[in-house]
Write a protein that binds this ligand. Structure first.
Ligand SMILES: [Zn+2]
Length: 289
């Protein structure tokens, strides 16, 4: 998209004031997944790690002979009000294979679904509200992670073993805000060796973000879709973009053309969608698992 047009759209977006709404995870009469525990963390401000810790982690494609397919940057993007999302057919191929369709059961008895993505052999990022019931603020009790999902009988890999998670405390006072809406999950198996993982670029600056051509992807009702475009920094914790997303995409990756995640898709409103930046705090929590 041409720069002037981006600027015009950005200004238009600024003029529209509407409150953010969390993606209500799609409800599902869930199966019994692997059990685990979510620990809700009480960060109050970004904790900056030494620069040494900020080296990007490289992506891994378990099928290096298959060339990953992503669309080229188009000359122009059409209006945002249209649904530009593309349905992924080859969900089992990298980089899509590294994105999980999560079927979750909460301690409260609710069931919901969300998305997540591998960023290492045994670690996955998602939204905190994919790990905590948005109605009752109760944590997830069991999760099944499907990779390369087509349907319950057709997928590349299914993990329903043990897991442990950290979630930012997004439900302080039992009221959702986008603050701290990220989750880090450790799987007790090297699932990434089978499905791959995205690289992770930690602490990207505002100007670096604005110069990236990006993709956002996630599952909704078991269907994986993506869109592409540009993003801007919104705060030290958030980015915003006009790439199309949908409820259930929560927890999906915002990533670059060379498969480095820079954000986690978390919320939407009428004028833009919001992602959680891969901040040094998120990295510290991921490393601490
Ligand atoms: Zn609940």
């Amino acid at each position: 998209m041409k720069r002037w047009k981006r600027t015009a759209i950005f200004l238009a977006a600024l003029m529209i004031l509407s409150s953010l709404t969390v993606y209500a995870p799609a409800e599902l009469a869930g199966e019994e997944g692997g059990e685990g525990e979510v620990l809700v963390l009480e960060h109050t401000e970004e904790e900056i790690l030494p620069a040494l810790e900020l080296k990007p982690a490289e992506p891994f494609n378990p099928d290096p002979e298959t060339e990953p397919e992503l669309p080229e940057e188009p000359e122009e993007r059409t209006v945002f009000d249209m649904d530009n999302r593309v349905t992924v057919k080859n969900t089992g191929e990298y980089p899509y294979s590294a994105i999980a369709y999560m079927v979750v059961k909460g301690k409260c008895g609710c069931g919901w679904t969300g998305s997540g993505f591998m960023v290492d052999r045994n670690k996955l990022l998602t939204a905190a509200h994919c790990l905590v019931c948005s109605k009752h603020s109760e944590c997830a009790k069991s999760i099944t992670f499907y990779f390369g999902f087509r349907n319950k009988n057709s997928y590349r890999y299914k993990y329903n073993g043990k897991w442990t998670a950290y979630a930012g405390n997004l439900f302080r006072d039992r009221k959702y805000t986008v603050d701290w809406d990220y989750g880090c999950v450790k799987l007790y198996k090297n699932v990434g060796d089978k499905v791959g993982w995205l690289g992770s670029y930690w602490g990207m600056s505002d100007s670096q973000i604005a110069n990236q051509f990006l993709y956002v992807a996630g599952y909704r009702d078991g269907v994986l879709k993506y869109d592409y475009g540009f993003a801007d920094a919104k705060s030290s914790q958030h980015i915003k973009y006009r790439m199309d997303t949908q409820p259930g995409n929560s927890g999906g990756p915002v990533f670059t053309r060379d498969y480095y995640a820079i954000g986690i898709n978390i919320a939407e409103n009428d004028s833009y969608n919001t992602g959680y930046r891969l901040t040094t705090t998120v990295k510290g929590d991921l490393d601490g698992l």
